[in-house]
Design a protein around this ligand. Structure first.
Ligand code: GDP
Ligand code: CA
Length: 314
């Protein structure tokens, strides 16, 4: 079975661990969000690709959900001593090594897809991890505060401001002119099904779908998604702030309607949302527990997504 998954960071990575567990024979290609990427300290940082790589490769900080396990912060302290910021973006020493390798390869002319493949040679995530594009796409957020109306990088809004300043709008800068990375469209076309893990519908999945060609290729497949919204709230993070910015209500049902029946064939919601979630027009909705509390629970969610896809394909 050939499966393609679109993934952001933590929600996507955890789901993928369950998917790999429940479908060990499957050929899984992950198309990762690169809209969160940022250049800091002269280094190119790809938070979502790294979260997937570290999580599936056994190097993740489990409690935090991002960054490396057994981390130290000497480099960060030294940079702070030079008053070189930003101080709001935490990078550990081990993590820094990844960004150094990546930046070196990018500077030598390798595309991000080749760099990601090289990094995965070490981490062996058990899936094929592709960036959505090799072109530069960066999510920017228009905010309005005492400093007036201005656009900030997604990371500044998310990490420094904790999405506390309302977003007037969110844009994937560069997406319109971006091309899917080599292998992305081919993997989707060859897939038996496409899964949308419980990743942020706006700045993770939405950004991937904004790369021209990806949405249409995915829509042609059997697509099953897992709601990141449980009981009308994100499980963790501030996805509600992103949904509000694009005028979508924070509910499992509204997220499915936002993806739309042209894209989505099946949608898993949590049992907490069962009462409000009958089948949507053209989207089969099933309710089951969706908290990824441990590997077993997560594998069961992934299995339910595969079963629903199987049912819809029949
Ligand atoms: P990020 O890039 O690290 O923000 O991660 P993603 O975009 O992959 O995923 C973030 C989303 O995962 C958030 O909207 C959370 O609500 C969702 N999420 C996190 N843990 C769980 C869980 O246990 N179950 C479900 N259904 N969603 C979750
Ligand atoms: Ca992210």
């Amino acid at each position: 079975m050939r499966i393609v998954a679109l993934a952001g960071g933590i929600g996507g990575a955890r789901f993928l661990r369950g998917l790999r567990h429940t479908a060990p024979e499957a050929d899984i290609t992950v198309i990762g969000n690169t809209g969160d990427d940022i250049s800091l300290f002269g280094l190119r940082i790809c938070p979502d690709l790294d979260t997937v790589m570290y999580t599936l490769g056994g190097g993740i900080n489990e409690e935090q959900g991002w960054g490396r396990a057994d981390e130290t912060f000497t480099l960060r302290e030294e940079l702070a001593a030079y008053e070189v910021g930003p101080a709001w973006f935490t990078l550990g020493d081990r993590d820094f090594a990844t960004h150094i390798v990546r930046t070196q390869m990018l500077d030598a002319g390798y595309p991000l897809s080749a760099v990601t493949e090289a990094l995965c040679d070490r981490w062996r995530p058990g899936v094929r991890l592709l960036p959505m594009t090799d072109d530069r796409v960066e999510t920017h957020v228009v905010i309005e505060d005492d400093g007036g109306k201005r656009a900030v990088h997604f990371q500044e809004w998310w990490v420094r401001l904790h999405a506390g300043t309302p977003a007037r709008s969110i844009a994937a800068v560069g997406a319109d002119d971006a091309k899917p990375a080599p292998g992305v469209l081919e993997a989707i076309e060859a897939a038996d099904l496409v899964v949308l893990p419980p990743s942020n519908p706006v700045v993770s999945i939405g950004t991937i779908l904004a790369v021209p060609g990806i949405r249409a290729a995915v829509a042609a497949k059997t697509v099953v998604g897992v709601s990141p919204i449980i009981g009308g709230a994100p499980v963790r993070g501030m996805a509600d702030a992103c949904l509000t910015a694009i005028g979508v209500e924070t509910s499992a049902r509204a997220v499915a309607a936002h993806y739309g029946p042209d894209l989505l064939d099946g949608w898993l919601v949590d049992t907490a949302d069962d009462g409000t979630a009958g089948d949507l027009d053209g989207i089969a909705v099933r309710a089951r527990p969706l908290l990824m509390t441990d590997l077993e629970a997560t594998a069961d969610i992934a299995r339910a997504a595969l079963d629903l896809a199987e049912e819809l394909r029949a």
